[in-house]
Design a protein around this ligand. Structure first.
Ligand code: ASP
Ligand code: MG
Length: 410
């Protein structure tokens, strides 16, 4: 048996019966080429959101086992309809829930981590010549209960199944054509990228590009699963996410830009410059379950105080502010400052450390447009600048042109 191909269809690709039929035809076309096919599907359209809404109408505190029993049903609907669509076209097929497919996960209901996949059942069905249709998002926990992998988790299911089967690749069918040099809705010059490395893709997700769940890219990188992001509705060949080729390794370049509007900036200002202060601030935020990104501590002033600033998702703004406010007295800080009119613009690529000109070009482009940079964070793969929200889209367009992303071919 040749290595299998895993095809994952997201919610928009199975949103209605007609789309399911079309997706089924794509699976059949690949199977005709003599390949073993595993299909992984999400719940149709917005069904997961609707199921969560439904639970909330019963009780605002729905959680754990029963919530998972409910929200996992969207995927169960998709697998059965998909298998029926295949069978109706004369293609032998079988639907498997996550547990039936051997997807095992830990006990953390509604946000489980996959612990292993026992692929025996999938392999048996493939050998029998069937297309195997697996429910994404679902898994079996150690107690034998159904659990789910967190929002967007069917990407993770697909990549993990591909890894367990040593599949040739994992094709992710979605409503965009692939990964772009920038969001094409904001930058008309944006171009589809043919190839991108796992590392760059992880940076892009962290920078706010919403192509795939980043946990799934981490798994793909660890197991060497080639991902192929493509559109369900368009024949274009999409973007491959794979290891960086060796000739590219030494090259420095910017491959794409991302604009993140989902975060706010918080600062605790005038904190005494003493060992242990940053640790206390971060511990407080960690205890409150607040994700932080781009932490910056300013150099101490002559008065012996400094500011600690960071970015956090808008949804956590109030909790984070409260957590910090409770610390100001204890630390003898001056106060807390929340700035919500900010965005983060990020250039992702490789070789930034050896080639500081890339960061310099970014700062110069913003300076020329008189856009003030409030915070900067860099790594070998990324430069992020926090700027005023009013300038976000303009900055994106200017940087796209400055780095020549509209023309370059890779
Ligand atoms: N249906 C789940 C969600 O909407 C899983 C997924 O689509 O990946 O989050
Ligand atoms: Mg979804």
């Amino acid at each position: 048996m040749k290595p299998a191909i895993v095809m994952k269809f997201g919610g928009t690709s199975v949103a209605d019966p007609e789309k399911i039929q079309r997706a089924a035809e794509r699976a059949i076309a690949l199977k005709r080429g003599g390949r073993s096919i595993v299909v992984v599907v999400s719940a149709p359209g917005k069904m997961t959101d609707e199921l969560l809404q439904l639970a909330r109408q019963i009780t605002p505190s729905a959680q754990g086992r029963e919530l998972d029993a409910l929200v996992s049903t969207g995927e169960t609907i998709s697998i059965s309809l998909f298998a029926m669509a295949l069978a109706a076209r004369g293609c032998p097929a079988i639907s498997l829930t996550g547990p039936q497919a051997g997807v095992e996960a830990d006990d953390n209901h509604t946000r489980s981590t996959i612990t292993r996949i026992r692929p025996a059942r999938i392999l048996r069905e493939l050998k029998a010549g069937k297309v195997v249709v697996v429910a994404g998002f679902q898994a079996r926990n150690p107690k034998g209960e159904i659990t789910t992998l967190g929002r967007g988790g069917s990407d993770l299911s697909a990549v993990a199944v591909a890894a367990a089967l040593k599949a040739e690749r994992c094709e992710i069918y979605t409503d965009v054509k692939g990964v772009y040099t920038a969001d094409p809705r904001l930058v008309s010059q944006a171009r589809l990228i043919k190839r991108v490395s796992y590392e760059e893709m992880l940076e892009l997700s962290a920078a706010g590009a919403q192509v795939m769940l980043s946990r799934s890219i981490e798994v793909a990188k660890r197991y060497g699963v080639t991902i192929h992001v493509r559109s369900s509705f368009h024949p274009s060949s999409g973007t491959r996410i794979e290891s960086l080729s060796e000739e590219k390794m030494e090259e420095a370049h910017v491959s794409s830009l991302a604009l993140d509007k989902s975060e706010i900036r918080l600062s605790i200002v005038g904190v005494p410059d003493r060992p242990g202060v940053a640790a206390k601030v971060l511990a407080k935020l960690a205890d409150a379950g607040i994700p932080v990104d781009l932490i910056v501590q300013s150099a101490p002033t002559t008065a012996g105080v400094n500011d600690i600033s960071f970015m956090t998702p808008r949804a956590h703004a109030e909790d984070a502010k409260k957590a910090l406010a409770s610390l100001t007295l204890k630390l003898g800080a001056r106060g807390v400052d929340l700035q919500d009119r900010v965005v983060k613009v990020t250039a992702v690529g490789t070789g930034f450390r050896r080639h500081p000109r890339i960061a310099a070009a970014m700062f110069a482009t913003l300076a020329k447009a008189r856009i003030n940079i409030q915070m900067i964070s860099t790594s070998d793969l990324r430069v992020s600048c926090v700027i005023d929200r009013a300038h976000g889209e303009k900055a994106l367009r200017l940087l796209h042109a400055a780095f020549g992303l509209g023309k370059k071919r890779r």
